[in-house]
Design a protein around this ligand. Structure first.
Ligand SMILES: NC(=O)CC[C@H](N)C(=O)O
Length: 527
């Protein structure tokens, strides 16, 4: 079936449809992901767009630029390579009311919240509109996503991501509310109440998300809502507990991700510091049937895991202070001494922490020059410089690494991406075994990562590493064998699992939303 955009500027452009929410975490990005997959399934060239994203969870585009993770994943749901046009402005909070502002995939400036609002935002309209218009020129529909709530009356006049943007793009808006947290009618009616009349008329439908219960009990409320507002409810989406779609924001770690699974053979602890980056790196581990993953931010909760992982962090020295203030460094030391089987792993910022020293003479990470001693598990040091490496990589395991990590002599393929300002080198006179022989998408080849000779401690810059199926299983099986357990030998394909999750999500959303009406709202007509 062929759909055609019949809107005002239909000659040169694709359709636009915008999803906004009554609050953060109501499920906007998952609904955008679902719509992206549905439109793609229906044969439309589809792209996601979020003008400005605030997140520490990043995605590296095939051309080596950084955008918000959610837009990268949504591009995958659309079946297209991600570009920075899909998220031209990324705000990465570094703490102290400051953020690194990433524009079209490259660090632009470190700005305070006030200076971002007063100096950056007034100039940002052409930047975001050019990006959107490029996407429209090459696609049949752009699924746009708002941020937070469009009714933050104190912020509205400088808005570039909610109703102002909808106005510039003449985009119809669907407003999503989360019924699970309660107050759904007040959220919807209250949001409309706080919009200006010309903003209000942009709202063409509601979606009630995360519903658990009996629809017949909700129906009178929905009828009332439609009557009161004159805006249709496009559907009620039942709560989906096993989404298996990467979450956008680490607030989800407060809920389902931190739930403790028990009775699994391998217990993995991920240290959760305040500026954890790319926490979705560990989703594939959590999906292994013999693994439980726990996020821990207190020394007392460490227990005696089989593997401790220090994940990536936006601010390595700051989060290292956090870890020390909470005694987590000492607790890790004690756990490591309690058994010779436990492994300690660092990813990116976590790898940097495992070393002996961290130098930030220019204040790249937090705006102030800093120096710190590392945890001292690996004889490597890190220096932060203004150049930021953002690149996809692929490679194989190095031949000479400690045999405890993999079957000796076997080269196992790995892939992932790097996002860091720090550069890590071996300390003078020391020796480490490298983990991987990698090739960056930029062409450079290098030996990456470092392992202690007994293989119990290792660190790498590679995010997304655990989605390398054969490597993930070989490593976990090595840990199993060190515990006297049989290797499983079998695993799943993380890539196929992701595809299946997109399709399952799309099916769920199709079943419960009035898609015909949504096509109409987007001015898409069958030809
Ligand atoms: N992604 C990360 O963990 C980044 C680590 C560190 N903040 C750096 O920029 O080098």
């Amino acid at each position: 079936m062929i759909w055609k955009y019949s809107g005002n500027d239909s000659k040169q452009a694709g359709a636009v449809l915008m999803v906004q929410g009554t609050a953060s975490d109501v499920g906007k990005s998952v609904i955008v992901t679902a719509l992206c997959r549905i439109f793609k399934q229906d044969g439309l060239r589809t792209a996601p767009f979020k003008s400005q994203n605030m997140a520490l969870n990043s995605y590296v585009t095939p051309d080596g630029l950084e955008i918000g993770r959610a837009q990268g994943i949504q591009a995958e749901a659309c079946g297209i390579p991600a570009t920075t046009d899909m998220n031209p402005v990324l705000i990465k909070p570094t703490g102290d009311m400051h953020s690194q502002i990433v524009v079209h995939g490259k660090p632009f400036q470190h700005l305070s919240a006030v200076s971002y609002r007063e100096n950056f935002l007034p100039q940002a309209k052409p930047l975001v509109m050019d990006a959107l218009n490029r996407l429209r020129a090459n696609n049949d529909i752009i699924v746009m996503e708002g941020a937070g709530s469009p009714a933050e009356i104190n912020l509205k006049h400088r808005d570039i991501v909610n109703m102002n943007l909808a106005g510039w793009a003449d985009a119809p808006v669907i407003l999503v509310a989360d019924i699970d947290r309660g107050g759904v009618f007040a959220f919807l009616v209250g949001t409309l109440e706080l919009l200006d009349p010309e903003e209000k008329v942009r709202v063409k439908g509601f979606i009630i998300n995360k519903f658990r219960g009996d629809l017949s009990l909700l129906q009178p409320g929905l009828d009332w809502l439609e009557q009161k507002t004159g805006i249709p409810v496009l559907g009620v989406l039942p709560f989906m507990s096993d989404l298996e779609i990467e979450a956008e924001d680490s607030v989800v770690l407060d809920s389902h991700h931190s739930r403790v699974q028990t009775g699994r053979d391998l217990d993995i602890v991920i240290i959760r510091y305040p500026r954890i980056s790319n926490f979705t790196d560990f989703d594939a581990l959590a999906a292994e049937l013999d693994v439980s993953v726990r996020y821990v931010d207190k020394a007392a909760d460490l227990g005696t895991p089989d593997i401790i992982i220090l994940p990536g962090t936006k601010v390595t020295i700051g989060d290292l202070d956090f870890l020390r203030n909470r005694g987590i460094d000492v607790a890790i030391q004690q756990v490591m001494e309690s058994s010779s089987q436990i492994q300690l792993v660092g990813i990116c910022g976590g790898y940097q922490m495992l070393g002996t020293r961290l130098h930030d003479p220019e204040g790249i990470e937090s705006g102030r020059p800093k120096e710190a001693e590392g945890l001292g598990w690996l004889p490597v040091s890190t220096i932060f410089t203004s150049g930021k490496t953002t690149v996809r990589v692929h490679g194989v395991t190095e031949g000479n690494q400690p045999v405890t990590l993999y079957p000796p002599g076997k080269r196992v393929p790995v892939e992932g991406f790097e996002i860091h300002s720090g550069n890590t080198v071996c300390d003078p006179g020391a020796e480490v075994a490298h983990l991987f022989n990698i090739k960056r998408a930029s062409g450079e080849e290098l030996l990456e990562g470092a392992a202690r000779s007994d293989g119990r401690v290792f660190g790498t810059y590679l995010h997304d590493l655990f989605n390398s199926d054969e490597w993930r299983r070989a490593w976990l099986d090595g840990v199993r064998m060190s515990k006297g357990l049989e290797p499983l030998g079998q695993t799943f394909s993380a890539a196929l699992r992701k595809e299946a999750a997109f399709d399952r999500l799309a099916e769920h959303v199709r079943e419960h939303l009035d898609m015909e009406r949504i096509y109409e709202i987007a001015h898409l007509v069958r030809k």
